[in-house]
Design a protein around this ligand. Structure first.
Ligand SMILES: C[S@@+](CC[C@H](N)C(=O)[O-])C[C@H]1O[C@@H](n2cnc3c(N)ncnc32)[C@H](O)[C@@H]1O
Length: 315
């Protein structure tokens, strides 16, 4: 039940998948970036784009969460990509530390105990000088996010056990709990929910895990709306949230900060003596540096500029 059947997403809105597969760095679809599907044919090779037709219709079971993959595939992925997922109770303890630092007190959302946790059900109180809106806007990033268990916890990625909306422990889950507690009117709820998604980021190398992470965030949105208002979101809302997700949960090689298997002509940082003498340009290529989006300033920037010191390039 934890596997989101890709066919279901198409039923929600046929256009939604185009958005969920989008890569804003290359302006193409995200690519497989894993050897696991090669046996299905050349369109499933690592450098190839993930296309809707390859994972829907009769191919709807091709992509499965790690916990439902065959043991052989799990072992291969661990060897090749260091893929070992973190159980929810550990994600919870680490996320608790982040909140302990933000709130200046322990156990804000739950008490962790015996490889589990007990949710605190009272409304969350904010420290002096910080509002619930500041919490929604404070940015969070899960590096090498796999299926994004630190961001959303619809299920335990290790045991596969489902987790109810009230008991979730991800960084985005916590923001959405705060929105649920502090808004009553639906337009207001949607406004702050969108901002919660806008301030939540993650990147991952392998395309199938990345797509599952994106689906998990989208379904977290749907499930929270059903929890709060007992109805599904509109198609327009689904599209808007999917667009934010497609920017914020992006495909990147975390070592080079570039899109896997991407290529562009090499950008010369300095003119050489040969350029000055009019020699033909080099036809060397380089991987494309990943772009992310700052929703508050409404600008895209290269991720690596944040590592290098925060200079931004307007799109
Ligand atoms: C140990 S798993 C952790 C996944 C998830 N954060 C969790 O805690 O369950 C490591 C993840 O890093 C990804 N990965 C491996 N090499 C990477 C790279 N160069 N850039 C980005 N992600 C990478 C793998 O595909 C895998 O999903």
């Amino acid at each position: 039940m934890i596997d989101i059947i890709e066919q279901e997403i198409i039923k929600l809105s046929p256009k939604l998948f185009n958005t969920l597969l989008m890569d804003h760095t290359t302006n193409k679809n995200i690519c497989w970036a894993t050897e696991n599907y090669k046996h299905l044919g050349p369109e499933y090779y690592p450098q190839e784009p993930i296309k809707k037709s390859l994972i829907t219709g009769s191919n709807t079971n091709v992509i499965q969460p790690r916990v439902e993959k065959e043991l052989k595939a799990q072992v291969q992925r661990t060897k090749e990509n260091a893929e070992v997922f973190t159980p929810s109770w550990i994600c919870n303890e680490q996320n608790n530390l982040i909140d302990e630092s933000w709130f200046g007190r322990k156990d804000v959302f739950n008490h962790s105990n015996n490889q589990g946790w007990t949710t605190i059900i009272d409304h969350i109180i904010f420290p002096k000088g910080k509002s619930w809106k500041d919490y929604i806007d404070s940015r969070r990033l899960e590096i090498s996010c796999g299926e994004a268990p630190y961001l959303v916890s619809r299920y335990d990625t290790v045991t596969g056990k489902e987790i109810t909306v009230e008991n979730r422990i991800g960084l985005l889950d916590r923001k959405l709990r705060i929105v649920n507690e502090n808004t009553a009117e639906e337009n207001d709820w949607y406004h702050w929910t969108k901002r919660a998604f806008e301030s939540t980021y993650g990147y991952e190398y392998q395309g199938d895990s990345l797509l599952i992470a994106r689906e998990n965030l989208l379904y977290t949105f749907i499930e929270n709306m059903e929890y709060k208002f007992s109805h599904e979101p509109s198609e327009k809302q689904l599209q808007e949230i999917a667009r934010i997700i497609s920017w914020n949960i992006w495909q990147m090689d975390g070592i080079t900060f570039s899109a896997p298997y991407s290529e562009r002509p090499r950008v010369q940082s300095q003119l050489t003596i040969f350029d000055l003498m009019g020699e033909p340009e080099s036809n060397e290529t380089e991987p494309i540096p990943c772009k992310i989006f700052d929703w508050r300033s409404k600008k895209s920037l290269e991720f690596k500029t944040m590592i290098d010191g925060g200079n931004t390039n307007d799109k």
